[in-house]
Design a protein around this ligand. Structure first.
Ligand SMILES: O=C(O)CCC(=O)C(=O)O
Ligand SMILES: [Fe+2]
Length: 234
């Protein structure tokens, strides 16, 4: 057992608008999400290494719901994969997103869609994510520092982690470099970034292989699900 595991991991404000809620998903909730991800990974668009404009591919494997993300835009069909229309965004995942934002910001929804502090209750209730990126990391996959900025909405990003523990680097809105904070995301953890943190650079410099609890149904690797509002018309 690592020293950190001796102590409870309390919710933490990593930066204004960025909240880490350890252990938010129940073991059952994690198992259900793993099952759902397995089925989404089968199609209509398969889980794949996203091709980058420079000719390389991402080390992470991804499949999307609602809208298909490719560098650097959203479309309804996966034109860089197999041309299929992406699977719909299920309503239960909208509900999960709302509950997550509420867990992070509290009943009052501390950060509004416009980034203002002190938003009203409608902020959480009105959160309507319409795209999800499901990322699978094997032991050597990484994600470089980037902003989630293809969305035309400043609504928060909800991030759920299952499987292997990783280092999640959460930085600032100006540069890829310092200042940033490194946070360990463990299976079941929730991380929400909105308000002044919505367009902060972030990335995953390290995954710790073999740290997943097979009871989630994922014997190795890390799953990350991010929910976002694209702000695009239906
Ligand atoms: O895997 C993570 O925790 C972050 C994923 C991410 O930043 C993204 O999909 O844009
Ligand atoms: Fe991101």
């Amino acid at each position: 057992m690592s020293g950190a595991a001796l102590f409870p991991r309390d919710p933490a404000v990593v930066a204004p608008g960025a909240v880490h809620v350890p252990g938010w998903l129940t073991p059952e909730g994690q198992r259900e999400l793993v099952e759902a991800c397995r089925s989404w990974a089968r199609g209509p668009v398969p889980l794949r290494h996203t091709a980058l404009p420079g000719g390389g591919v991402m080390s992470v494997q991804t499949v999307c719901l609602g809208w298909h993300w490719q560098p650097y835009r959203y479309t309804r069909t996966a034109d860089d994969v197999n041309g299929a229309r992406v699977a719909p965004f299920p309503s239960w995942l909208v509900e999960l997103g709302r509950t997550a934002v509420q867990a992070a910001y509290g009943e009052g929804g501390a950060y509004g869609q416009d980034g203002a502090e002190g938003g009203d209750v409608a902020t959480c209730a009105g959160y309507t994510p319409d795209t999800a990126l499901i990322n699978f990391y094997d032991g050597s996959a990484r994600m470089g520092m980037h902003q989630d900025k293809e969305e035309r909405s400043a609504a928060p990003v909800v991030s759920l982690s299952i499987g292997d523990t990783c280092v999640f680097r959460f930085g600032n809105t100006e540069t890829r470099g310092r200042p940033y904070r490194d946070v360990e995301l463990v299976s079941g953890d929730l991380f929400v970034f909105g308000g002044p943190a919505r367009f902060a650079y972030h990335g995953v410099p390290k995954v710790y292989p073999g740290t997943a609890d097979p009871a989630t149904g994922l014997s190795s690797g890390r799953l990350n699900i991010t929910l976002r509002e694209t702000g695009l018309p239906d």
